[in-house]
Design a protein around this ligand. Sequence first.
Ligand code: PGA
Length: 252
Amino acid sequence: MSPGDGRGHALRILRAGTGEQWATYIAETLIARLQVTPSLRVCLPTGLTPVPVYERIAGAVAAGRASFARAEVFLLDEFGGVAPDDTGRCDQMLRRDLLDRIDLPPERFHRFALDGDVDAECGAYEQAIGSGCDLTLLGIGRNGHVGMNEPGSGPESLTRRVELAPETTAASARYFSHDRLPTWGATMGIATIMRSREVWLLATGTGKAPIVRRVVRDAISPLVPATLLRSHPAAMLIADADASALLGHGVG
Ligand code: PGA
């Protein structure tokens, strides 16, 4: 594993080896943050990428090596127009993959209900995040989205209702057991994410290699929202060997 300076921009790049080494590194680093700051305020994503990380964190909590008893978890985003008990909802996924298996008090889990005035709810969510999370974990979409900040999302964007890119709606089919796929959602904005003290952008697998290369090399632009993280003072791209395969030598 070799942290690099990313050729002059602020984004640190960590090439974290095999998928197994990658997941262990991220889980252990998060556990270390929790040990230093038991009241850690952390933003967590869903999607397939973090699942092996959550598996390891749940194992550490079960083994008594980590505790979320004083922590706070903010869900990064949520699909709209989906029933509260739909297994494809982001809050349901995070519960299944992590929260049901750790000691986080239920009232310390912040999520989107999206069953009433969505704009008001997003405003309240932004308020609850306040000065920012301590740590934000993000996956990355093949179009460069982070959370549901689709291409075109600017650096000033806050927690809000968003329309999903058609490819994001199509990709959501892997989460749902029916074909009524979501076309909108609610997400922390880029500005909300940028207030986090630390941001880790997670990527695994060859399918993510092209977008990982673009995040590192393309111009910083809302057209590839993940590039905006390069302006963050403590953002880190943590990619396994497959996802970093197109970065070339000397980067990370
Ligand atoms: P994935 O999704 O982790 O399932 O690849 C990431 C994303 O689209 O943000």
